[in-house]
Ligand binder design. Structure first.
Ligand SMILES: Cc1cc2nc3c(=O)[nH]c(=O)nc-3n(C[C@H](O)[C@H](O)[C@H](O)COP(=O)(O)O)c2cc1C
Length: 322
């Protein structure tokens, strides 16, 4: 049982009326559309659910094998398997409308017109609390990659913004030269919040066969504890770049991991790969974060935020770390 003692307020305002009960969500692709988890572990503890990536028409995804274990992580090449927006908007959303937890639909398109069409379909649908634009899925042929070019990312976000009043979270790719530049571009184009990060491009070789384990080009998205330090650095950089809420993602498996992202400047976080190893991870993290807040007499989770001016010499961030 989670108790909250005033004046502590764990809520997070993502804009346009979307207020999460706490900062812990579950990441796209690691929680399906929420239905299995609802039966298995429950969902009412969560601040938000981010659905599996949804496209205009149903997709079967890539040929297997689609996942591979790596040191402290995993590679996936699922390829956006989903039933298409019509089923999501008609059948799934009707069930979400009964839930006390907001569901944001993760949206993926092959071009701007597909993003716009999907979001138009979701706009005004009861049970859909917002959208998370995945402009950076590494796992579909020809790479759906608006996220690597700030101008293209901004055009996609502006086009979607024009057709919906839903809260709009834009999910950033870490596979870019400067994530801050893309974050600024999508914030200026009308994103209400950004989430960071999606998976890092990676490979695994099957030495016995002298080829990659994953099919096609052999490339997949790396996730799990292996990426946490990289994701933290990306979140800290995005925090400095934009004023809108930042949702931190990458290797969060414990309460301490989630708190580290809040220190780095995240307003909320998503638990991803950890849901596979430990289906109770998100519940443990919510309870752990609330207990930490009570022990440390926080009023808001943003009290944890790293204030760079407290650390002389840290105001000019440098990448010369060697
Ligand atoms: C199996 C799998 C499927 C995923 N599918 C999606 C997806 O459909 N859309 C998306 O934006 N991110 C997807 N992701 C990325 C996660 O949402 C998350 O950004 C990433 O895994 C990093 O977080 P983690 O290390 O906590 O897993 C997927 C990740 C995994 C492991």
């Amino acid at each position: 049982m989670i108790t909250i003692t005033p004046p502590f307020d764990p809520r997070v305002d993502l804009g346009r009326g979307l207020v999460l009960a706490n900062p812990i969500g579950v990441a796209s692709g690691t929680f399906g559309f929420g239905f299995e988890a609802e039966a298995l572990v429950g969902i009412t503890h969560l601040g938000a659910i981010f659905s599996k990536g949804t496209t205009a028409v149903a997709r079967e995804g890539n040929h297997p094998p689609r996942i591979a274990e790596t040191a402290a992580g995993m590679l996936n090449s699922i390829g956006l398997q989903n039933p298409g927006v019509e089923v999501v908007a008609r059948d799934y959303a009707a069930r979400w409308a009964q839930w006390p937890v907001p569901v944001l639909v993760n949206v993926a398109g092959a071009d701007i017109s597909e993003y716009v069409a999907i979001v138009q379909h979701l706009d005004g649908v009861s049970g859909v609390s917002g959208v998370e634009l995945n402009i950076s899925c590494p796992n579909i042929a020809h790479g759906l990659d608006f996220a690597t070019e700030p101008g293209a990312a901004a055009r996609c976000v502006a086009a979607v913004r024009a057709v919906t009043t839903l809260p709009l979270v834009v999910k950033l790719s870490p596979n870019v030269t400067d994530i801050a530049e893309v974050a600024r571009a999508v914030a200026d184009a009308g994103a209400d919040a950004v989430s960071a990060v999606n998976t890092y491009l990676g490979m695994k070789m099957a030495l016995h066969a002298r080829r990659p384990v994953l099919p096609g080009l052999g490339v997949g998205g790396l996730s799990g504890p292996a990426i946490k330090p990289l994701a933290l650095a990306a979140v800290a950089k995005v925090r400095r770049a934009v004023g809108i809420p930042v949702i931190g993602i990458g290797g969060i498996a414990t309460t301490a991991d989630a708190l580290e992202f809040l220190v780095a400047g995240a307003d909320a976080v998503q638990v991803g790969t950890a849901n596979f190893n430990n289906p109770q991870a998100s519940r443990e993290i919510v309870e752990g974060c609330l207990a930490y807040a009570e022990q440390h007499h926080l009023q808001r989770f943003t009290d944890l935020r790293w204030q760079e001016q407290d650390h002389p010499g840290s105001r000019e961030p440098s990448l010369d770390v060697d």
